[in-house]
Write a protein that binds this ligand. Structure first.
Ligand code: ARG
Length: 272
């Protein structure tokens, strides 16, 4: 009797294991097939982040452009599908991947250990340090992080820059805003004293706003910044593999760097 029972338990265990194995496989393959069946890859992003994603008027129409768009289109080409961009506030970008509203998110997203718990991330495609921007006329007064004691410093809602302000600009008061354009306006009119951005975005804003400047003597702890990667649903198996292949190839050819440079120039022309 015992032997029969044991045999039964072992058999059940083996069946369960086998079932797990096969369902896992089906799960990881289903994303690529699903996207190919639909014929579209839906990408969530917050296009207020030149040179990575921003809007320009093209033929009288508002169009989303940027190096992340170029990257997304390369992925679309490899998968043989059309890429659709869904614009939203940054603090909704990741959630839209979780809810299935978007297939993936490409939005200059830092692949933090915290976010990695909830999402799969592609291989990293870009690394940028954080910088502080201030009014040029006040730059002399803001040469160190301590100079912001008691002052307001802005960061975009839902970004890692919020943590950078609270953890590294300790004496300051964090102002979280959804729109990057609003942060720039508040800096220009003196409502906030500084804004934290990753360098390429700061450079784009400063180039378009000659009354602003990057404080070059301020260095943030870069061990706490994570590279940009594409966010995917958890266990996205061969979709991640396909995307990683595209990124690895583009990086090897120096194309990502080119995308960022070309779009930086485009963003400067667009704001003139
Ligand atoms: N890298 C930062 C983060 O992941 C900021 C990203 C903001 N991206 C955007 N498109 N607004 O939190």
């Amino acid at each position: 009797m015992k032997k029969v029972m044991l045999g039964f338990i072992v058999a059940t265990a083996m069946l369960t294991l086998a079932a797990c194995g096969s369902s896992k496989k089906a799960e990881s393959n289903h994303y690529v097939d699903q996207i190919k069946d639909k014929g579209t890859l839906t990408v969530a992003l917050n296009p207020e982040f030149a040179p990575f994603e921003f809007q320009v008027i093209k033929d009288g129409k508002n169009t989303i452009v940027g190096s992340d768009i170029d990257l997304a289109n390369e992925i679309g080409k490899v998968l043989g599908v059309t890429v659709k961009f869904q614009a939203m506030d940054f603090n909704n970008v990741l959630a839209s991947v979780e809810s299935g509203k978007a297939d993936i998110a490409i939005s200059g997203i830092s692949a933090t250990p915290e976010r990695q718990k909830a999402y799969d991330f592609s291989t990293p495609y870009y690394t940028a340090k954080n910088v502080m921007i201030v009014q040029k006329s006040q730059a002399n007064a803001y040469q160190s992080l301590q100079a912001f004691d008691g002052k307001k410093v802005a960061a975009q809602k839902g970004t890692v820059q919020e943590n950078i302000v609270t953890e590294q600009v300790k004496g300051s008061k964090l102002v979280s805003l959804t729109k990057n354009g609003q942060m720039i306006n508040e800096l220009k009119n003196g409502t906030v004293s500084g804004v934290v951005f990753e360098e390429p975005i700061a450079k784009a804003y400063v180039a378009a706003n000659p009354d602003l400047t990057i404080v070059s003597s301020i260095d943030f702890d870069s061990s706490k910044s994570d590279s940009y990667a594409i966010a995917l649903p958890k266990n996205s198996g061969n979709l991640k593999k396909e995307i990683d292949k595209v990124i690895t190839q583009l990086k090897a050819e120096g194309k990502i760097e080119t995308f960022v440079e070309t779009n930086f120039e485009l963003s400067q022309k667009a704001t003139k």
